[in-house]
Design a protein around this ligand. Structure first.
Ligand SMILES: N[C@@H](CCC(=O)N[C@@H](CS)C(=O)NCC(=O)O)C(=O)O
Length: 211
């Protein structure tokens, strides 16, 4: 059988691979998914395709590999220009969307990691910091339905994984970071994005997470 022209090296639970899958699905691009056994048993193919960071996701299009999920999202939008548009049209809005995606990856990810891996008094302090970080992120939503406006776009894809994973972390650790008190708009957006058909049908299987 001929190899598909688009191949995604990911890992079922990876938020970074998930955002790429969502972008491919929004665009209606057929792809083959290779589930990598990370971090200890990466395939030779992955190491050959991404010798620099050796991380997933890697998108291979017509034999050419590309790493870094946010870079991949833009590549997908630039390459398959028909149909659904992921990036905002206006250059300022595009720059803003990139800014907030970087903010989420730099600040929200580390704040989330810090609060869920700490204990006691230190955790209480980090919890407040994490809440503040998500409150800041919420500003980018303003009064919109989605970060992309009336429909999901680049920033929704970039940070949508929080909507799935945050309540799971919160449940496991009996903590609340994003809730109706701290970040009500973001909390509503969590529910809204999880209700989008394409998103709801392509989430990691919960039974695999709770084993
Ligand atoms: N900034 C990267 C992060 C990718 C990343 O951290 N991937 C993790 C899985 S979620 C990975 O491949 N870890 C394996 C390793 O670090 O060796 C992106 O957005 O693509």
């Amino acid at each position: 059988m001929a190899e598909k022209e688009v191949k995604l090296f990911g890992m079922w639970a990876s938020p970074f691979a998930l955002r790429v899958e969502w972008a491919l699905k929004l665009k209606g691009i057929e792809y083959e998914y290779v589930n990598e056994d990370i971090p200890f048993n990466k395939s030779e193919e992955l190491l050959r395709l991404n010798p620099v960071t050796k991380k997933i996701p890697v998108l291979v299009h017509n034999g050419k590999p590309l790493a870094e999920s946010l870079v991949i999202l833009e590549y997908i939008d630039d390459t398959w220009t028909e149909g659904y548009s992921i990036m905002p049209e206006d250059p300022y809005d595009r720059a803003q969307a990139r800014f907030w995606a970087k903010f989420a990856d730099d600040k929200c990810v580390s704040a989330t990691y810090a609060v869920f891996t700490s204990l006691g008094e230190a955790q209480q302090k980090l919890l407040q910091e994490a809440r503040d970080t998500f409150q800041t992120l919420e500003q980018a939503l303003g009064g919109k339905q989605f970060f992309g406006g009336d429909q999901i776009g680049y920033l929704d894809l970039a940070i949508g994984w929080f909507a799935f994973w945050m309540p799971i972390f919160e449940e496991i650790k009996s903590l609340s970071v994003v809730d109706n008190e701290n970040a009500p708009l973001l909390k509503e957006w969590f529910a809204r994005i999880l209700d989008v058909d394409m998103i709801k049908t392509s989430l990691p299987p919960r039974d695999k997470i709770y084993v």
